[in-house]
Design a protein. Structure first.
Length: 151
C-alpha cells in the first residue's frame, strides 16, 4: 500500500522532471526542482512550477520550505513562510495537485532560476485535530491552490 510520495503531473510528463529525493540518510527534506526556467523580478512574488504532485495519508501535509543556500545567496524566501500542501490537494479537479512554489525575491536584482534548479524542499508532517473537529465530515476539495474554505 502506498503511504506517501511524489508523481509527475500529466502536463509535465516526458519533460525530464525529476521526482524529489533526499540527498543524505539524515535529510528531512526532499529536494524539489523548478520544472521550467523562471526569472524572478526584484521585490515580487513568483510562482515556480515544479511539475510534481504529492500523495500522503489523510492526517499529513507536505511542508514546502525554500532551500537554505538558495535563500541566503539570492535573498529569496517562501512568501508565506512555509507552503502547506494538504493531502486532499492531490489530484484535485482544478490542477491535478500540481505543486507551485511561491517565492519572493527580496533583492534589488532579478534572480534567474534555471530548469532543474533545486529551489525548495518538501517535508512530510503528521498533524493532530481538535476534539469535535467537523472538517472531516465536510465537503470534498473542489479547487486547486488557495481553494480551502473559498466560497
Amino acid at each position: 500500500m502506498r503511504q506517501r510520495g511524489f508523481e509527475v503531473v500529466r502536463a509535465y510528463q516526458g519533460q525530464e522532471i525529476h521526482l524529489p529525493e533526499r540527498k543524505t540518510a539524515c535529510s528531512a527534506g526532499y529536494d524539489i526542482e523548478a520544472a521550467v526556467g523562471v526569472k524572478m523580478p526584484p521585490h515580487q512574488v513568483t510562482l515556480i512550477p515544479t511539475g510534481i504532485k504529492a500523495y500522503m495519508q489523510p492526517d499529513e501535509y507536505l511542508g514546502i520550505h525554500v532551500r537554505s543556500g538558495f535563500s541566503i545567496r539570492q535573498q529569496v524566501s517562501c512568501v508565506n513562510g512555509q507552503g502547506i500542501i494538504d493531502a486532499d490537494y492531490y489530484n484535485n479537479e482544478d490542477n491535478e495537485g500540481h505543486i507551485m512554489v511561491a517565492l519572493i525575491n527580496h533583492s534589488d536584482v532579478e534572480v534567474e532560476v534555471p530548469k532543474g534548479m533545486r529551489i525548495a524542499q518538501g517535508i512530510f508532517y503528521q498533524y493532530r485535530t481538535a476534539d469535535d473537529d467537523a472538517a472531516g465530515r465536510g465537503e470534498k476539495r473542489r479547487g486547486g491552490m488557495g481553494s480551502t474554505g473559498a466560497k
